[in-house]
Design a protein around this ligand. Structure first.
Ligand code: UT7
Length: 344
């Protein structure tokens, strides 16, 4: 991989989005919880295997009536309320998702309708589990350059709809949920996004796909029978990608912004795919793993929703103090990787 390209970005991007802050944050998890003990009754697996290999104990699952836009709308309203705004104040809605309601139209537009936002710009982005970080980087630039005052960035997923429940390799890993932030100009110019990086590996995309239903492999009886409309993952290859690219993005962000990792970084929120991946990234970075914040045990892998879900839970707990620096890193289908450092 080209580490130089990532370093170039973090050198160029340093300080560029400082002054754009998270004005409000919210999340939503569906009521239904599926524990590892429930999965033991559905397939040949065990709580011991899932816990020791991934750190996951349970995940939330959307009800039959809930689509990705419903979860996203709940999180969005919570974030708008937290920001002290109303839906009409939103100028742009960016939804990061791998599991949209439909191909046509964008689920961001469906959320716009559901939350009763006014006329505003709406679009979806597909950057896998890095999608929320990509959305932040895109949305924050509109705020920074003065084009929009309030940008809503949402990560929302109903992965349970797209799993092959006969495939224990993937079905035990994922969960449903949504997280959202409102980005606005801060009155404190020292607060906000200190640095950011978005990238994608030109190779390896075939290791994490949903093969059928698109223009390359249109839906047919055969694709349904062979479950090509569900998530297919080569776990070992994605694991290798996640640990190397996750580490390299994080290291470049720190090198491009701060004096040292343990002095400079107060907290680390990696994408919640596997606790072992995240501990490996900490080790490779020489980052104290006590600084890592995680909710994988109770949510599983919620793809683009995982980082804002952890952020919201920790903000509500009062974890972050003024001046703290949060490092967030995502990695996933594409294969994409992305990160930011946010100063509270
Ligand atoms: O969000 C996008 C990014 N996604 C990720 O980052 C996921 C990355 N990959 C991973 O987290 C890990 O590779 C997995 C958790 C998916 C798998 O862990 P692993 O340690 O790589 O396991 P493995 O695939 O090497 O499987 C080891 C054994 C196999 O049995 P054999 O062939 O050694 O007899 C599997 O069949 O574990 C078996 N196995 C299971 N056993 C019980 C696989 N899944 C299960 C299961 N329950 N659910």
């Amino acid at each position: 991989m080209s580490r130089d390209r990532i370093r170039e970005q973090t050198t160029r991007n340093y300080n560029k989005l400082l002054g754009v802050e998270i004005k409000g944050i919210g999340s939503y998890l569906p009521e239904k919880v599926l524990k590892n003990s429930d999965l033991e009754k559905m397939m040949d697996t065990s709580d011991e295997w899932i816990t020791s290999r991934t750190g996951i104990k349970a995940r939330h699952v959307a009800s039959d009536e809930q689509a990705t836009s419903d979860l996203g709308a709940e999180a969005a309203l919570n974030a708008i309320n937290d920001a002290g705004l109303i839906p009409e104040d939103i100028d742009l809605i960016i939804l990061a998702t791998a599991t949209p309601d439909h191909f046509i139209s964008a689920s961001a537009s469906i959320i716009q309708h559901k939350i009763k936002a006014g006329e505003c710009a709406c679009y979806d982005i597909a950057a896998g589990c890095s999608g929320f970080v990509y959305g932040i980087v895109i949305g924050a630039q509109y705020v920074q350059n003065g084009k929009f005052d309030n940008v809503l960035v949402i990560g929302s997923e109903t992965l349970s709809r797209f799993l092959n429940w006969d495939d224990r390799n993937s079905a035990v890993l994922f969960g449903d949920g949504a997280g959202a932030v409102v980005l606005s100009k801060s009155s404190d110019p020292k607060r906000g996004f200190l640095n950011f990086c978005i990238t994608s590996n030109p190779d390896g995309g075939e290791h994490l796909t949903l093969p059928a239903g698109g223009s390359a492999c249109f839906t047919s009886a055969e694709t349904v029978n062979s479950k090509k409309h569900t998530v297919h993952m080569n776990g070992k290859e994605v694991f290798k990608f996640a640990t190397t690219w996750g580490t390299n993005v994080a290291a470049a962000l720190v090198e491009g912004s701060l004096e040292g990792i343990n002095d400079g970084i107060s907290y680390f929120i990696p994408h919640q795919a596997n606790e072992r991946i995240n501990l490996s990234i900490c080790k490779r970075l020489n980052l104290d793993s006590n600084k890592m914040l995680s909710n994988i045990a109770t949510t599983g892998n919620t793809s683009s929703a995982s980082i804002p879900l952890v952020m919201d839970q920790e903000i509500k707990k009062g974890t972050f103090k003024k001046g703290d620096s949060l490092l967030a890193v995502g990695f996933g289908a594409g294969l994409t990787a992305a990160g930011f450092i946010y100063r509270f």
